[in-house]
Design a binder for this molecule. Structure first.
Ligand SMILES: NC(=O)c1ccc[n+]([C@@H]2O[C@H](COP(=O)([O-])OP(=O)(O)OC[C@H]3O[C@@H](n4cnc5c(N)ncnc54)[C@H](OP(=O)(O)O)[C@@H]3O)[C@@H](O)[C@H]2O)c1
Length: 120
């Protein structure tokens, strides 16, 4: 391969994590960008209401969406949440005033169930 891609996009959220694939791509110097970070439209309710994520959100005084987005950032994964709600868009940018502990990341990692929500 002569030209290394700058970015690889894949579905990534707590129910579909790709934990083997992410470091493999990152080790090649390629940025991993997660689409459907909140599960994708029609699936956000269960993910944002997940008891583990909600509990971690409560501990930090942030929303479940912020926890999921921060979990991605701490894995070095860029996120592109979609929203048409100005309050959500603002909230989704406010991810740098808190950080998840190793234990909290491990608890979210344990939610993986290989549940892909779309195929592109
Ligand atoms: N490369 C690919 O193959 C591929 C495939 C699929 C998607 N994508 C891209 O990935 C991006 C995200 O996809 P998506 O928007 O379908 O899925 P998503 O980001 O997982 O979920 C979007 C849903 O989450 C809600 N939401 C956003 N922020 C929220 C918050 N803070 N609190 C509560 N709800 C929140 C939105 O509702 P509100 O509007 O009410 O906030 C919307 O219903 C898009 O740019 C899309 O084009 C790429």
């Amino acid at each position: 391969m002569d030209t290394v891609p700058a970015v690889v996009q894949n579905e990534i959220h707590p129910y579909y994590q790709e934990n083997d694939v992410i470091p493999f791509i990152q080790d090649l110097g390629i940025v991993v960008q997660g689409w459907y970070p909140l599960g994708g439209r029609g699936h956000t309710g269960e993910l944002l209401g997940d008891s583990v994520i909600s509990e971690i959100a409560g501990a930090h005084g942030v929303s479940s969406a912020q926890v999921i987005l921060r979990w991605n950032l701490q894995k070095g994964v860029a996120v592109i949440p979609g929203s048409s709600n100005p309050d959500h868009i603002r909230e989704n940018t406010e991810l740098y005033h808190f950080s998840l502990t190793k234990d909290e990341i491990a608890r979210i990692d344990a939610l993986d169930r290989g549940e892909k929500h779309d195929w592109y």
